[in-house]
Design a protein. Structure first.
Lengths: 334, 334
DNA sequence: CTGAAAGCGCTTACAG
DNA sequence: CTGAAAGCGCTTACAG
C-alpha cells in the first residue's frame, strides 16, 4: 500500500539509511549481522527501492532502450523474448521504442531516450543506413551510452558492436547447396529496399555463383504479397529458373505458391530455400528448406553483450557472429 | 553532452526554476511573454527534463507497463505497434514485461512494476485465469494503478476494463457461415489449454450449431504442429467432417496440409476457416477465409482507454468491443 | 504571475 | 563498519 521507504527500513532495523542502502547495493561493506537484520526487515516490509529516487541519485537507471523498426517483422518477437529473458537475469528493465521504419530515427526519439536516462541501447533492425549509423554514433559519443546492434552488421566500422550470424557465409552456403544439387539458373530474390543484411546475403550468393562460373541473377521484389505475385508470374513466362534463394521465408512461400499455379513442381523442377526459418517455413507445403537463424540467441547474446558494455567490462570481439545451420526439408533435392 | 538542467534554463531565461517548471507543465499559469522566453531558451539549450527527477517529485512516471505472455504469439507484435503509436501521441513510455506464459505472474514481477512506478498497466493475453485476475485486482486496488485488458475479456466481472472484439459473436457468425454453405459435420478445432478467448469462440460455435440442431464437435489440439498432424490424420480416418473452424490460423493451415495429404479437396469437400487473419492466412494455398480481428486497433484503443483511466476521466463502457468482419477467401464455398 | 523553499527517496563521498 | 549530510533535478503548496 503506502509503500515502505528506506527510512522505514532504517528505523525498523535500527540503522541509518546509508547502511540500508549499502546492505542492498554493497553488501560486502556491511557487517554480516547488520546486513542480515536489514535484509530481514526489507523482506518483512516488502520494501522495494523507488526506481526514480535511485536513478536520480545514482545517475543510473538499470533500464535499457530497445529500438525496433516494426514489431510485426518476423524476427522481432522472438528476438524480444531473448532480450527480455537476459534483461531479467541482470535486473534491467526494458523500455520499448518503436520507430518509423521508413525514416531515420528523429531527434525526438533521441531526446526521449536520453531523458529516460537509459544505461544502454539495443538497436534491432536488419537495415542500418549511414544516417542512422551516424545518429547512433552521436548518442554513443555525446552521451556515452553503450549500444549494440542486434541481427545487423555495419560493415564499415566496428565502433558499434553487433551480434548476428554471418549472413554472407549463410548466403554462400545455401547457394552452394543448390549448385551442388545441380541447379544452374539460380535466382536470388531480394528486396527493392536496401537492407544491410540482405546485401550480405546477396554477397554470399554472388560469391557462390561466381565460384561456380554461373550467371548471377538478382530479382528484387517489394515486400507486398500481391505485387510479388505479378512479378513472379512474369518471371515464369520470361525466364528460365531452377533455383531460388529468398532472403525472407514469406517471399519463398509466395514464390512457391506462384510456382504451383504454373504447374512447376518443387523440388523436382525448382529448388527453393528461405533464409530465416520462421513458422511460415514449417506451415508451407512442401516444407521449406532454410538457413536457420538463432533469433532468440541473437537477442539474448546481444543483451548480454550490452550488460558487459554497461559495466565497462572488456569485450574481446565487437562483432559477434553466432553459428547458423541449414535445415533441409522438402523444397530441396537430395 | 553534459545535459542542461532546469537551473540552466532558469538562469538563461532570468526566471526562477519554478517558472520554468510551470512554463512546461502549466503554461496557462505563466505570462505569455515569460513563457515564450523560457520556451525559446529550452529550445536553444536542448533542455529535456530529467525523467527521474520528474518522476520522483511528481510521483508520476508517464510510463505504462505492458505485460505480455510471449511476444512471438501471432497477435502480439501488431498489437504492440498499436499501443506504441498511441503511447507516443500521449507521451507515455512503454516498459515491456514478458512473463512466463505457463504460470501466473509472480510476486517478483509485481514488485518490479510497482517499483517502476508505472502509471498504468496493459495486460495482453488471450487467457486470464482467476488467479491472474485476482493478481491484477490486487495491483489495481492496493496500488491504485489502472489496468486495461487487451484482446481478452474476463466474463465474470467488469472491474477491469477490456478491449477486444466480440469473440462469441465472431464464433457464431463464422460457424453460421459454414452452416449456410450446407456443412453439417462442423468441427471446432480449439486448444487443449484453456484460454478465455477460445472459450468464447467455442460458445459462439455452440450457439450456431445448436440453433441449427446439429451436433457440436470440439476437437482439442496442442499448439505443436507435429502433434497436430497425428491428431488430424486420426480424425480423417475415424470421423466424418465437412467443416472446420480453427481458433488459430496456424491450426487451420496445419489442418489443410493434412487434408491435402489425405486427398481431401478444400473447399469442395471441406470448408476451413481461421479466426485471426494473420499473414499465414494469405500465404496459405488455398488462401484461408477468416474472421478478421483488428489487432492494431485493439492495441491502440486499449492504450487510449488506459490514458483516460490514468487521467481519471470518465469512461462510459468498461468493456469495449471493436467491430470484426469476415474475410471470405478460397477455403469456403459460395 | 512569480519566487523561495521544502520535499520526493535515494546514493555517496567524507568522517570517524 | 557505520552515520550525518549534501546532493541528484525536479514539482508544488505557500506567500506575495
Amino acid at each position: 500500500m503506502s509503500k515502505a521507504t528506506i527510512y522505514d527500513v532504517a528505523g525498523a532495523a535500527r540503522v541509518s539509511l546509508a547502511t540500508v542502502s549499502r546492505a542492498i547495493n554493497n553488501p560486502e561493506k556491511v557487517k554480516p549481522e547488520t546486513r542480515e537484520r536489514v535484509l530481514r526487515v526489507i523482506e518483512e516490509l516488502g520494501y522495494k527501492p523507488n526506481a526514480f529516487a535511485k536513478g536520480l541519485a545514482s545517475r543510473k537507471s538499470t533500464t535499457v532502450a530497445v529500438l525496433v523498426p516494426d514489431m510485426s517483422r518476423a524476427s522481432m518477437a522472438e528476438m524480444m523474448n531473448g532480450i527480455a529473458d537476459i534483461a531479467r537475469v541482470y535486473k534491467y528493465s526494458v523500455l520499448l521504442y518503436i520507430m518509423d521504419s521508413e525514416e531515420a530515427p528523429e531527434e525526438d526519439i533521441l531526446k526521449e531516450i536520453v531523458a529516460a536516462q537509459v544505461d544502454g541501447i539495443l538497436y534491432l533492425n536488419d537495415e542500418i543506413t549511414e544516417k542512422q549509423y551516424t545518429f547512433l554514433m552521436k548518442i554513443k559519443n555525446e552521451y556515452k551510452i553503450p549500444i549494440v546492434l542486434t541481427n545487423t552488421i555495419y560493415p564499415e566500422s566496428d565502433a558499434i558492436p553487433s551480434v548476428s550470424i554471418d549472413y554472407e557465409r549463410a548466403g554462400y552456403e545455401i547457394t552452394k547447396k543448390l549448385i551442388d544439387e545441380g541447379r544452374r539458373n539460380i535466382y536470388m530474390v531480394s528486396t527493392v529496399r536496401k537492407y544491410m543484411v540482405n546485401d550480405l546475403k546477396e554477397a554470399g550468393y554472388l560469391r557462390a555463383i561466381q565460384e561456380a562460373s554461373l550467371t548471377p541473377k538478382i530479382m528484387r521484389t517489394s515486400g507486398r504479397i500481391s505485387i510479388n505475385t505479378e512479378h513472379f508470374n512474369e518471371y515464369f513466362r520470361e525466364h528460365k529458373v531452377d533455383g531460388v534463394v529468398a532472403v525472407r521465408d514469406s517471399i519463398a512461400v509466395s514464390f512457391m505458391n506462384v510456382a504451383r499455379k504454373n504447374h512447376v513442381h518443387i523440388p523436382d523442377d525448382i529448388s527453393v530455400v528461405g533464409m530465416q526459418n520462421t513458422k511460415y517455413a514449417l506451415l508451407a507445403r512442401p516444407q521449406l528448406s532454410c538457413v536457420d537463424v538463432p533469433i532468440y540467441d541473437i537477442g539474448a547474446v546481444g543483451m548480454r553483450l550490452l550488460t558487459k558494455l554497461m559495466n565497462e567490462e572488456a569485450v574481446d570481439e565487437p562483432r559477434v557472429m553466432l553459428d547458423h545451420s541449414l535445415i533441409l526439408r522438402d523444397t530441396t533435392r537430395i
